[in-house]
Design a protein around this ligand. Structure first.
Ligand code: KIV
Ligand code: ZN
Length: 519
């Protein structure tokens, strides 16, 4: 047996709260970010990229608050190669126990064209910006954005400048998910071989998944010498997303025989954080997603089930409990007590304080009154729903009664609490959901357009809970709301209201500067 403590350590840099949150519709509130940061910290993530402090007051505040919730990790803020960005970033991270400034500039021909800089002019900007960051902070990461489409010689030159100016980590972003494993490895190898001072810094890999190769590209970079992987939970991120944390970590664990690298991640915490990120971002995990998908450990075919019963290793390369999935799907019901609920939720990865448990227990009892058997999936939906409906929400669904059936028009009688004041209305529409949405729109007028309305049955049976997702867009701002209920129309109303609440949060935040959006 190899001694794992002697293996090369790969640092895990999580950017769920920065690159992940940049995904259209994945807006998170401050309290959601804080909860995720604390879970990332507890699971052993080395560096948390907490935001882009110059982008908005909200991002600035998030970075400082996240630092308090994550006392062990290095807290990193992002900054363009501009004095104001770097200074603002330092303001946000300077009181963290272990701060890092991450500054970047697009080095590929296409990106050099945007500010209209020559290679020499850009080289000067890199020198000045990294020097400025290093004068403020001992821990500086530099990224040549779109590195994989940057000319090899120029990439080496810029990395050398950044190292000389004091960068301690050099991150190589595959910004548009263009590279492939062999090339990803070659770039890292080339930089290590050719750049003076390369042995004094840590090389990082930052991949996007446009061609579905982010995990393979990240691992190839590690084999070539990179010792930091940048990733997000569930692979959340713009377009096809970023490298998924759970995939690279589990790949190195399961195939440690051929990838002998060590991380500090407690993999049993993966499932809980995956669910949390899916809930708060509104980006559901696809059923057949590696590691965290609902079907990742499900064996339906007869041959597989038979093989599994004889020996789980026949068809399982890792155990469900390795990622924090409880094996049992013990059914609960209205006679189940608080202790049983707490233990069940702990098994599912939810660690609740007494007050939270009290609140969830009330919801659990209400659900059990309507639904005889409560499965794991029901509890997960219940937890997602309690996350979605926050005490301090500006808009709340108080009462809803719909009239539906073959006789038009269908109508909805609705009471919303808006800023603490109850408001009522009755509206009609083409079906009960349309009538309900019309009622909400009359009580809370807005110009956001509905982009997606999706309903999923959580379990089987006609008393199953429905989870509803609603995606809305207003002036380029996209938000996703979610809710669950045994009544599909109630779940729809709450999901719509959840989206509106998120939109209000987003309106308060200024849009990030144009150039930063491609990051
Ligand atoms: O994808 C990218 O290039 C980035 C950089 C800012 C690191 O996210
Ligand atoms: Zn990125």
């Amino acid at each position: 047996m190899t001694d794992i403590s002697k293996q090369d350590r790969v640092l895990i840099f999580d950017t769920t709260l920065r690159d992940g949150e940049q995904s259209p519709g994945a807006t998170m509130t401050l309290s959601e970010k804080i909860e995720i940061a604390s879970m990332l910290d507890e699971m052993g993530v080395d560096i948390i990229e907490a935001g882009f402090p110059i982008a908005s007051e909200g991002d600035f505040e998030a970075v400082t608050e996240i630092a308090k919730a994550a006392p062990n990790a290095v807290i990193c803020g992002l900054a363009r190669a501009k004095d104001a960005d770097i200074d603002r970033c330092w303001e946000a991270v300077k009181n963290c126990a272990r701060p890092r400034i991450h500054t970047f500039i697009g080095t590929s021909p296409l990106h050099r064209d945007i500010p209209g800089l020559t290679k020499d002019e850009m080289a000067d900007v890199i020198h000045t910006s990294v020097t400025r960051a290093r004068n403020l902070c001992d821990n500086v990461q530099w990224s040549p954005m779109d590195a994989t489409r940057t000319e090899a010689d120029y990439l080496c030159r810029t990395v050398e400048i950044a190292i000389k100016a004091g960068a301690t980590t050099i991150n190589i972003p595959d910004t548009v998910g263009y590279t492939a494993p062999r090339e990803s490895a070659e770039i890292i190898r080339m930089l290590i071989d050719r750049v003076p001072g390369a042995d004094e810094v840590i090389f990082a890999t930052h991949c996007h998944n446009d061609l579905g190769m982010a995990t393979a590209n990240s691992l190839a970079a590690v084999e070539a010498g990179a010792r930091q992987i940048e990733c997000t939970i569930n692979g959340l991120g713009e377009r096809a997303g970023n490298t998924a944390l759970e995939e690279v970590v589990m790949a190195m664990k399961v195939r440690n025989d051929i990838m002998p690298y060590r991380t500090d991640i407690d993999t049993t915490k993966i499932m809980a954080i995956s669910r949390k990120v899916a809930t708060v971002s509104g980006f559901a995990v696809q059923y057949n997603k590696a590691i965290v998908g609902k079907n990742a450990f499900a064996h339906e075919s007869g041959i597989h089930q038979d093989g599994m019963l004889k020996n789980a290793e026949n068809f399982e390369i890792m155990r469900p409990e390795d990622i924090g999935l409880s094996e049992t799907n013990l059914v609960m019901g209205k006679h189940s007590g608080r202790a049983a609920l707490r233990s069940k939720l702990e098994n599912l990865g939810y660690d609740l304080g007494d007050n939270q448990l009290k609140d969830v227990f009330v919801r659990f009892k209400a659900l059990a009154d309507r639904k005889k058997e409560i499965y794991d999936e029901d509890l997960i939906a219940l937890m997602s729903d309690s996350n979605a409906q926050a005490e301090d929400d500006h808009i709340k669904v108080k009462f809803l009664r719909v009239v539906c059936g073959t006789q038009a028009p269908q109508s909805a009688e609705l009471t919303l609490g808006v800023g603490g004041v109850d408001q009522q209305i009755t509206a009609s529409g083409d079906g009960p959901v349309d009538a309900t949405f019309n009622a909400i729109k009359e009580l809370v007028p807005h110009t956001a357009s509905l982009q997606l309305y999706q309903v999923h049955a959580v379990t089987e049976g006609t008393d199953a809970q429905a989870t509803v997702s609603v995606r809305m867009e207003e002036d380029g701002k996209i938000v996703t709301g979610q809710s669950a209920d045994t009544d599909t129309v109630v779940a729809s109303a709450k999901a719509y209201v959840n989206a509106l609440n998120k939109l209000m949060v987003k309106r308060l935040r200024t849009a990030p500067p144009e150039e930063s959006k491609s990051a």
